[in-house]
Design a protein around this ligand. Structure first.
Ligand SMILES: Cc1cc2nc3c(=O)[nH]c(=O)nc-3n(C[C@H](O)[C@H](O)[C@H](O)COP(=O)(O)OP(=O)(O)OC[C@H]3O[C@@H](n4cnc5c(N)ncnc54)[C@H](O)[C@@H]3O)c2cc1C
Length: 379
């Protein structure tokens, strides 16, 4: 990261999490001079996110939302391949189809499980109900569940690795990465459109993309702040006793009524995630949050009780009032585009949203996929 931005650029992207890094990469690929400004604020969601990329097992019955998620999952697959062609070989662990298990842990959970089964099987014919024993063979620390559904195409994404890879790829394509915080966005000032930072730098530009995650609503963008707020989440990372246990090929575990488990190569299992919508920008891990995660996750998978607690991550989910992202032109602010508000699904959806927003900027017309997510729906 540099600290000195150039005096002008075609586009300034505000925020360098997974979403901003994706926008910067796509715009640079499209031939624009791009400046990516990132404040490096503690609580970046892309560093903390669990990494579930599984539209097949979305709880919501909204089919349009599922199709957006499925397109995003396909985009992630293509993106990782494209990055490799562009000289940035993000490790295989950045994205992997590890599968997912949806579980009912007890008989009284049947109604929720049945609803999930109906939705998932309707979306993907490869999703099947399996026996409790088959589920335990796939994820050995698991208790005996009541019922289990296997979704083989569900995937996990490592937000940290993918964000780093996208920043690297954007820089290789000429984007300037600046470590600074944007303090003002002047969409139509007398001196033209420009972004100012806390260190006093000013970058004149044609286009601004707001991709500052949970901080997007706090950006001083005239009288039209975006309705995005933080939802704090905590995740505990465990290391299983046997590092050769093959955790990289274990599936994600998603109980219908409880926390989830996301296995990673090298013996790591992430237990997540708490929801604290009233915690504001406080990113301290709490005793109660960690207690709940460890209690529930070791009840789901008693075989993890001997695992070592190796890390606690806290991130702020960028949350919009209707739970859908804000994508595309901000009508009150000419030349300003939003790419934010991805809530609990940004690791899956963010790179795809970014590609669509970038296509709208490069082509001068928003792709039809963005229509349901226009920021103006919330005005
Ligand atoms: C506990 C937890 C679990 C999650 N699990 C999943 C999951 O399993 N699957 C999934 O798909 N998603 C998951 N998510 C959601 C996902 O992590 C987020 O939706 C996504 O990472 C948001 O990315 P972003 O780039 O918009 O925001 P962030 O990653 O938060 O990045 C925003 C960036 O903007 C910068 N910034 C802020 N203000 C300014 C400013 N004024 N100037 C310049 N820069 C600024 C910040 O420093 C930060 O780097 C999870 C999130 C959490 C917290």
């Amino acid at each position: 990261m540099s600290d000195v931005p150039p005096p002008s650029a075609d586009a300034v992207v505000v925020g360098g999490g997974l979403v901003g890094a994706s926008v910067a990469y796509e715009l640079a690929l499209g031939g624009l001079e791009v400046v990516l400004v990132d404040a490096g604020t503690p609580g970046r969601a892309s560093d903390a996110g669990a990494g579930i990329a599984s539209p097949q097992t979305f709880h919501e019955p909204d089919e349009g939302w599922y199709r957006f998620g499925a397109a995003a999952a396909s985009h992630l697959r293509r993106l990782v391949a494209r990055l490799a062609e562009d000289g940035v070989a993000v490790e295989a662990r950045a994205f992997a189809e590890c599968g997912a298990l949806v579980l009912a842990l007890a008989e009284h959970e049947d109604p929720w499980f049945e609803e999930q089964r109906r939705l998932a099987v309707g979306r993907d014919p490869e999703v099947t109900e399996i026996t409790p024993e088959e589920a335990r063979a796939m994820f050995p620390p698991l208790r005996r569940p009541w019922r289990a559904l296997h979704s083989p195409r569900s995937a996990r994404v490592d937000g940290r690795l993918l964000t780093a890879g996208l920043r690297d790829a954007a820089a290789r394509r000429g984007a300037r990465l600046v470590a600074d915080a944007v303090s003002a966005i002047d969409a139509a000032g007398p001196g033209g459109r420009a972004v100012t930072t806390v260190t006093g730098a000013r970058v004149a530009c044609d286009t601004v993309v707001l991709a500052a995650g949970a901080w997007s609503g706090a950006l001083p963008a005239g009288r039209a702040p975006l309705p995005v707020a933080p939802t704090k989440g905590e995740i505990v990372h465990l290391a299983v006793a046997d590092p050769a246990a093959g955790t990289g090929s274990w599936p994600i575990v998603q109980p219908v009524l409880n926390f989830y488990l996301v296995p990673w190569p090298g013996g790591r299992v992430a237990c997540g995630g708490t929801f604290h919508p009233d915690a504001g920008f406080d990113v301290r891990p709490t005793a109660g949050g960690i207690r709940d995660l460890l209690r529930e996750c070791t009840a789901i998978a008693p075989g993890l009780a001997e695992a070592a607690v190796v890390e606690t991550r806290v991130g702020l989910r960028p949350t919009s009032p209707d739970g859908r992202p804000l994508l595309g032109a901000v009508t009150e602010l000419p030349g300003v585009h939003a790419c934010t508000g991805h809530g609990a699904d940004g690791l899956l959806l963010g790179p795809y949203s970014a590609a669509l927003v970038a296509a709208g900027i490069l082509g001068g017309e928003a792709p039809p996929e963005l229509a349901p997510f226009s920021p103006s729906r919330l005005r």
